[in-house]
Design a protein around this ligand. Structure first.
Ligand SMILES: *Cc1c(COP(=O)(O)O)cnc(C)c1O
Length: 401
């Protein structure tokens, strides 16, 4: 590369970054000076009520979870300096895999450094050019990337559209094995996949079902097992991927859970597992303590759903439009991108942290702020947040009532 070509590489990057800024697509990072929780401290020392974390059960900043991670570090050390199959598996990793399997109602589980890796490494070892992967159009980026790494034929069905799913199953009829893949819950709208119908269609066409439970594990369903429990199809879903980085403690780490032959094959062939380091013992130990707690009591899950029901009904009473549903993701619709940005900025001034989403993250004209409830929110904090919504809504002339 000539000096000139090299410098044009960097100026090109700078131009593209500047363009993102002028298009309003640049993503700045908020810096917190405290633990994650219902309230967080901003870099400037101001306290903010946090309505935008995936901290559904409020465990991220909890002292007992931090202590469980410290205890695991004391016992097992800081890290393994190895992948699992060489000398990177400890008793705590096996215990966590068993605990996840028991919690989800599956046979076996394999741990990854992230759910992104679980999804990235699940397709290629299990499916090849003789097979078909039938994927919801709005599936998470990590599913899309995982499918790209696999030679199977790809079929996409319109988001949450069961008639189109059936049409795609018919289009894939001549393939050897078929797998339907969907997020259990879609995080932009809080939409819950129609797993009962999906499992029925899978039975009709002899397909497998795989779900990504990142926004469900720990709190969806009567005992928090996930979307499969919510839709009463436990035992009918073949492959479950999920994260330890959201409701289940919030650090990082992911997993795939399925029949034992599936997991055994992934341990042999899944590249993000074979060629990436073991999950830190601190995370494995704390996740284990979290699953024990969630198996013993539904208190956190129940509080989360109470908070969600309260917030959903109050925000509508004030006069905002939300996407209907029951999930703790509550999209408060503002429709216009600039309004959504202004609104989120005003809420920040009023002491509430939330995120605005607009095109191209959501469809044109569907701009919103996304609220995420947590079991950690007190009723008083939610009332404060609702008052701020009302004030900002009045100021910007957004309220129906
Ligand atoms: C967050 C998320 C992931 C990625 O999880 P990580 O463990 O953070 O890599 C994957 N799929 C879905 C649906 C998610 O929401």
């Amino acid at each position: 590369m000539s000096i000139q070509a090299k410098s044009s590489f960097f100026t090109g990057l700078q131009d593209n970054l500047d363009q993102l800024r002028t298009q309003g697509l640049y993503k700045p990072e908020r810096v917190l000076a405290s633990r994650q929780g219902a309230e967080v401290m901003g870099e400037d020392g101001r306290m903010l009520i946090n309505m935008c974390a995936n901290n559904y059960l409020g465990l991220s900043g909890q002292e007992w979870v931090a202590q469980a991670s410290i205890a695991a570090t004391e016992k097992y050390g800081y890290g393994l300096s190895s992948v699992r199959f060489i000398c990177g598996t400890q008793t705590v990793h096996k215990q966590l895999e068993q605990a996840i399997s028991k919690f989800l109602g599956t046979e076996d589980t394999i741990l990854y450094a992230a759910a992104f890796d679980a999804n990235g490494g699940v397709f290629e070892p299990l499916f090849d050019e003789n097979d078909a992967i039938i994927s919801d159009a709005l599936n998470h980026a990590s599913i899309i990337d995982g499918i790209r790494l696999c030679k199977a034929a790809r079929f996409r069905y319109a988001h949450n559209d069961m008639a189109d799913l059936e049409a795609q199953l018919q289009a894939a009829a001549d393939k050897r094995h078929k797998v339907i893949v969907t997020d259990g819950v879609f995080s932009m709208d809080g939409t819950i996949a129609q797993l009962d119908k999906i499992c029925d269609l899978a039975d009709k066409y002899g397909a497998l079902v795989m779900i990504d439970e990142c926004h469900a594990s720990g709190f969806m369903g009567p005992t928090g097992r996930g979307t499969h429990e919510h839709h009463n199809v436990m035992g009918r879903v073949d492959i479950i991927t999920g994260t330890l980085g959201k409701a289940l403690g919030g650090a990082m780490g992911g997993f795939t859970s399925a029949r034992k032959e599936v997991i055994e094959m992934l341990r042999q062939k899944s590249r993000p597992y074979l060629f990436s380091n073991t999950l830190a013992p601190a995370i494995a130990g704390a996740s284990l303590a979290v699953l024990e707690q969630l198996s013993a009591s539904t208190e956190l899950r129940d509080r989360l759903h109470e908070n969600t029901a309260f917030f959903r009904s109050e925000i509508e009473r004030i006069g905002f439009t939300i996407k209907p549903g029951t999930h703790p993701v509550v999209p408060v619709m503002l429709f216009d991108a600039q309004v959504a940005q202004k609104f989120a900025a005003r809420m920040y001034e009023l002491g509430v942290l939330l995120s605005g989403f607009f095109y191209p993250v959501v469809p044109m004209g569907q701009a919103r702020v996304r609220v995420q409830l947590s079991a950690a929110h007190s009723r008083a904090q939610l009332v404060t947040v609702l008052k701020a919504f009302e004030q900002a809504g009045h100021e910007l002339g957004l309220l129906k009532n």
